[in-house]
Design a protein around this ligand. Structure first.
Ligand code: SAM
Ligand code: SF4
Length: 334
């Protein structure tokens, strides 16, 4: 693997995080319509010719790897609705033997894909399941069945993907009882992460619950033992309930923003690089990719964007205010 840009002392003050994590949104399309992610009338789909091919995304990832990226996460929209995702994962995992490839999915189709994805080189998977209650699941996703998502979750465990994490976006008055997930972590080797809702297109005050509140409620199941966060497990703090097979964690982008330690770069399916979730537009590299730029040229562009991210530092979306991302989460990829 190439030397990381982050080792150059001129480019990196000592307290700057190493930017080594890339989220690749491979599609803006989704088979669910989660209330916190999409407006009721959906999001206009990008025309097909705007979407980067797998070859183009692979070229970008190769250049990003040369610029110091060591972990990539395939996301969407719903990544499993794009055909050929297993082959794409295989190609990514062959870019560099040290490059770790993971996936974030709503799990609805994971039952069909888990074993093949594991064979293709996928290690980790995050499954977004916001509630275990069938009616509430249908209400949140507008169209989905929690049984499908749970089948996907079990298929991931059975396939030997490790770790298997569950993402739970908590909405006040909708799914703000964390105890069922606490109990699930007692039984299954899964890592449940409660994520604070970030208001994208809705009334900022609506639904928001702080993770402090969720943590206090979880203590009803026993004393939470704090764990050291394993490397590469993201910005969550992790705890274990006594005797639990799994863990519970908290990702608190609103009450405890983590911009200063953010190590992420994103690329959307239409080729916009985002160095921050709250970038207004992103920086398009589609033209460069389509005009046949070399990996070295792309690497230079990526390094320029990473240098900008380090210089800008801390974006801090204000607590309780409408987050200012210039696009929908389903396009950016979370
Ligand atoms: N469709 C896949 C899924 O749901 O896991 C991947 C894409 S989704 C945009 C990625 C993550 O973003 C999910 O875990 C989702 O819960 C999270 N997300 C979407 N909208 C959010 C919001 N308004 N606040 C917090 N998290 C959000
Ligand atoms: Fe689709 Fe994921 Fe957004 Fe839900 S959170 S609508 S599953 S992209």
């Amino acid at each position: 693997m190439a030397e990381t840009q982050n080792k150059n002392p001129d480019l990196m003050p000592t307290d700057t995080p190493v930017i080594d994590y890339l989220r690749i949104s491979i599609t803006d399309r989704c088979n669910l319509r989660c209330v916190y992610c999409m407006p009721a009338d959906g999001v206009r789909s990008l025309p097909h010719d705007e979407i980067l091919s797998y070859e183009e995304l692979e070229l970008f990832t190769r250049a990003a790897n040369q610029a110091g990226i060591k972990r990539v996460r395939v996301t969407g929209g719903e990544p499993l609705v794009r055909k050929g995702v297993e082959e794409f994962v295989r190609k990514l995992s062959r870019i560099d033997s040290e490059l770790k490839v993971s996936l974030t999915t709503n799990g609805v189709l994971l039952d069909h894909y888990a074993a093949d994805l594991k064979k293709a080189g996928l290690t980790r998977v995050n499954v977004s399941i916001d509630t275990l209650d069938p009616e509430t699941y249908r209400h949140i996703t507008r169209v989905g069945s929690v049984d499908d998502a749970m089948r996907g979750l079990h298929a991931a465990i059975d396939a030997g993907l490790e770790p298997v994490k569950i993402n739970v976006v908590v909405l006040r008055g909708v799914n703000d009882d964390p105890l069922p997930f606490g109990r699930l972590s007692l039984q299954l080797p899964v890592h449940v992460r409660f994520i604070e809702y970030m208001p994208y297109f809705d009334d900022p005050g609506k639904w928001y619950v702080s993770n402090d509140e969720i943590k206090e409620r979880l203590a009803g199941l026993g004393k939470l033992q704090e764990m050291e966060s394993p490397e590469g497990w993201g910005p969550a703090s992790y705890y274990r309930l006594p005797g639990a097979a799994g863990t519970v964690g908290f990702i608190s982008p609103v009450s405890c923003h983590f911009c200063a330690s953010c190590n992420r770069l994103r690329i959307t399916s239409d080729g916009k690089m985002r160095t921050c979730l709250f970038d207004n537009n992103g920086f398009s590299v589609k033209r460069e990719i389509r005009e046949g730029s070399s990996p070295e040229h792309l690497r230079g562009i990526i390094e320029g964007q990473l240098a900008r991210k380090r210089a800008e530092g801390d974006h801090k979306p204000a607590v309780g205010s409408r987050a200012r991302a210039g696009d929908h989460m389903s396009r950016i990829g979370g």
